[in-house]
Design a protein around this ligand. Sequence first.
Ligand SMILES: O=C(O)CCC(=O)C(=O)O
Ligand SMILES: [Fe+2]
Length: 332
Amino acid sequence: MVAASLDMSLFFGTPEQKKEFSSQLLQNLKTRGVVKIRNHSVPESDISRLFELTRQFFALSHEEKMHAKHPPHSSPSRGYSYVGQENISSISGFDKGLSSGGNVRDLKEIYDIGSKDGTAAPNQWIKETSLPGFRSFMESFYATCFQTELQLLEALEVALDMPATSLTDIHLTAQNEFRLLHYPAIPTSELRDGTATRIAEHTDFGSITMLFQDSTGGLQVENQEQLGCFHDVSTESQNEIILNIGDSLQRLTNDTFRAACHRVTYPPSIKADDEEIIPERFSVAYFAKVDRDAFITPRKEFISDAKPCKYEAMTAGEFGNMRFAKLLGGRS
Ligand SMILES: O=C(O)CCC(=O)C(=O)O
Ligand SMILES: [Fe+2]
């Protein structure tokens, strides 16, 4: 099953078109777990610059990147983590009541950025001279993504029949996370015995994730109508946004739709038995988060006698801290 591609210009059209886009969005997230979006409000020129700077960032020397190193106890994540430092298998199955995915190494290096006004944890920057313009571009790209995030949340309010602004109102402090990812080129043999992967199976834990990926391939998402079955999410153009929901929105809607499990492994064109080099891959994930002091408890419109409340009261901040504690436990 392939991920559908939706035209977001409908959202900006007539009220009927907006409704049509919104219900297609929800339907696809419910069944396929992920949807691709084109004609959204992030300018193509910004996405080109984003990939250019992401490549340049990871091409810097280890010392230059370590100038912005992830502080040992930073929660949420901030700054640079080299290959092997963060292994997401420590939180595989986290909110699904499953045991973790064991001790699988992720062969990725990452750089995490939060809001520039955030109080949760300070951003960590490389020297301006290492990559001139990097910081100012990333700060402004964060703000651009925030506007698109609010539009997508509005579309979900429409599709879910929620009161207007009920989702956007709990996202106004923009305490989001923004992650640059680089998966270095590796021989297929590195992934063969299952002790290492590019990124292990997991769900995201914010409300929605907007992902940008290059054309390398390897991203897979669990089919929501056939759990346990993963399908490839290829990309026609790096300008598409790949959208999935996270645990917080699953909780808020009392499982009306579920956070889809996803992972990155071999690109579809390469098989485990081939003796080949898997090319390097770049992606950027923008994780929209519910405001830290807002509750992610199921809202009353999603609770009924037939569908009792599944989750206890908890703020987004408390939920995030729980999850980061687990992730920090898996760091080397
Ligand atoms: O690199 C990708 O395409 C996915 C990254 C991801 O799932 C994450 O960072 O949560
Ligand atoms: Fe993810």
